[in-house]
Design a protein around this ligand. Structure first.
Ligand SMILES: [Zn+2]
Length: 443
């Protein structure tokens, strides 16, 4: 029911300029609703909070979230789906399943209801519009995970929206065939290109090698992965268009968007409570800390004080766009490497890591490319051993993109992590990286 999506969009557009006190009241009310719902209907949270002797009246406002424990993905994955969803939703048959991108290294799926599904789609659109997309723009999305969308960009939209050109989107699977991607950009002449930063950096590098001038859209949107400062600069120069980054995750949906006025990332506090914590306590303004999110509108699969493994800094300055949403900056550890395909072309690992989504018996994984046709996949199994079928799926996932690859699967108890606790899911031994900052950077 898309009518609900656009009603949600209109309502949230006005909240960007609501007074801080109105936003705070809204957050308090939504936190109370979420907490009381989780305490009453979601076994995981009920057990956790009762052990701490917490009552319904203990959480009445955003500040009270500090009484609740911080959780992360490994804790959610350690319990059954039944334990972490609304008991009333178990019998629902028309829930939507969200699979986190395999590129987090921790495959994970959870259900949401249709109401929230419409809300989060509206929220994603709001972030794009706030970053400079317009309703009648022609948008090319180079981040589709469906390999059938190789070669030629296609529109998924049907009906009257498409006929009048509203929310006009073309989708293309970003693989190693850069010439096709460059040609499709030229053919479609999009107003906006929406893609992973790593994909666009490759296109820019290829165009430069061949002396090709890239078509300039009005705006470039990036999301889903760490956007390195150097990457951003090269993309902006190569395409002759500004880059705006959108920050979110599958579990939290949109968290923040980059303001066209240059004021940093604005936190969408009507949807998510974002805490920046150092050793569990709020980080002072200007100091980097762990990003911990409470998702306010998802009652079927609640995420309450959920640690994402990202590092950010709350900023003090006000933005000239006059939004009431507070501002933060991202602090980046190292991003994933690029992969190198059989023909020696660099490709973004995002285009095939998404295939690892459905591996329920894998707790965590990390992939290292040793040679063009040689991969080591280190796996922490969800329970003890790893079945032959899962081993088969892992090998298949890699051979879908690297057909002749040898895949060595190794079992481990734990994997090495970045600052902020984030996994670097894909690393490559081949000298292929255009950007390789040795130390974390702030932008
Ligand atoms: Zn702004």
């Amino acid at each position: 029911m898309t009518g609900r999506k656009y009603a949600a969009l209109l309502a949230m557009q006005s909240l960007q300029r609501a007074s801080p006190s109105r936003l705070k009241n809204l957050q308090d009310r939504l936190v109370r609703r979420l907490y009381s719902h989780a305490l009453t209907h979601v076994p995981l949270y009920r057990d956790m909070y009762r052990k701490l002797d917490l009552r319904k009246t203990d959480v009445g406002a955003v500040e009270d979230l500090a009484k609740l424990p911080v959780i992360d993905k490994s804790e959610l994955r350690a319990v059954s789906e039944e334990a972490r969803i609304d008991e009333g939703a178990r019998r629902e048959t028309d829930l939507v399943t969200i699979r986190t991108s395999g590129s987090t290294g921790q495959p994970f799926a959870f259900p949401i209801d249709h109401r929230y599904d419409q809300y989060r789609k509206a929220q994603s659109l709001r972030a794009q519009l706030a970053s400079g997309r317009r309703l009648f723009d022609r948008v090319l999305r180079l981040s589709d995970v469906d390999p059938d969308l190789r070669g030629r960009a296609r529109s998924k939209e049907t009906g009257w929206f498409r006929r009048i050109g509203l929310l006009n989107e073309y989708h293309l699977f970003p693989d190693g065939d850069m010439e096709t991607q460059i040609a499709e950009i030229e053919r479609i002449r999009p107003d906006v290109i929406h893609a992973y930063g790593s994909t666009l950096a490759l296109i820019v590098a290829r165009a430069r090698e061949h002396g090709t001038k890239l078509y300039s859209p009005r705006l470039i949107l990036t999301d889903s992965e760490l956007l390195l400062a150097q990457q951003r600069k090269e993309i902006e120069t190569g395409f002759g268009a500004p880059v705006r980054d959108i920050y979110g995750s599958y579990e939290t949906d949109n968290i923040a968007y980059e303001c066209p006025k240059g004021g940093g990332y604005h936190l969408t506090t009507d949807s998510v409570v974002v805490e920046i914590l150092i050793d569990g306590a709020p980080a002072p303004i200007g100091e980097p800390g762990d990003v911990v999110c409470t998702v306010l509108h998802n009652l079927t699969s609640p995420f309450i004080r959920y640690r994402l493994g990202d590092v950010a800094v709350l900023a003090e300055q006000e933005c000239e766009c006059k939004t009431s949403f507070p501002t933060m900056r991202m602090v980046h550890g190292r991003a994933d490497d690029y992969a190198v395909d059989a023909a020696g072309r660099r490709i973004s690992p995002r285009s095939f890591l998404a295939r690892f989504d459905a591996l329920a018996s894998v707790r965590e994984y990390q992939i290292h490319q040793l040679a063009r046709d040689n991969f080591v996949v280190t796996v922490v199994p969800a329970s003890g051993a790893l079945g032959d079928d899962t081993r088969g799926h892992i090998t298949e996932n890699i051979r879908e993109v690297f057909p002749t690859a040898d895949v060595d699967i190794r079992i481990a108890d734990r994997l090495d992590r970045n600052i902020g606790g984030k996994l670097r899911v894909f690393t490559c031994a081949l000298r292929s990286e255009p950007h390789d900052p040795a130390s974390p950077e702030v932008e």
